[in-house]
Design a protein around this ligand. Sequence first.
Ligand SMILES: [Zn+2]
Length: 269
Amino acid sequence: MEGRDGYNRRVLIDTHTHLLRLSVPPEIAVREAREVGVEAVVNIGTNVSDSREGVELARRTAGVFTTGGIHPHNAGDHSQESLAALLELAGSGEIVALGEVGLDYYRNEWPPEMQRALFQDVVSIANEVRLPLVIHSREAFSDTMDVLAGARVPVVLHCFEGGESEVLEAAERGYYIGLTGNVTYKNKPTAEFLDGIPPERILVETDAPYLSPEPLRGKPNVPKNVVHTARFVAGRLGMDEAGFAALTTANARRFYGLDGEPGSAGPVA
Ligand SMILES: [Zn+2]
């Protein structure tokens, strides 16, 4: 049973969410998340324009951090201008990471070589400005790892869906693993190998409005639902919820370089 105290002690961060695509206004989603102990959310950019909008949102909303990225579905946006825009966002000090970027051979909206060229260029920018990388990889694990071999900054494999060998490879590289609502679905291999992930590399995220965790599967997702994914993973690892929350919140702060004590998250004035 969950007492009010236990509830208040559990402080989580939703490390990957798309606040500009929710079915509710972002400010309301952030407030509702705070009410259940989700003290901060990291909004993820997927193209130059939503990355810029994310910066505006983070400026006016306490507890929101934001990234700049070009999703592989938008690899057609790859140009000198779009890379310059990411570089400028990175230089502004207002984004906490580059991404999401990566490879998606499932949807394959753009030819793999176009996706790889964009991905490689963003990895180079990350190395130059020393920001961590948020990676989207779907049915493209080995090519993703090839490109990432050139990364000299912290990496998170967001919405991780790998099995035993992928968990091991990621652990060897020291990459963070972003666990999303789909880890709670039946027959997901990752759920069987959670104890192979080094504890200090586990992050939890919603990827809202997508991938609502059980028991909300199929409904539009929002940041507060990260509590369900955290509860599931904590249970699988035999950890109590408060301890798991403290662990993953510390991991999120380390990965994204967020300042301040838990409970005081927000853009640093
Ligand atoms: Zn995403």
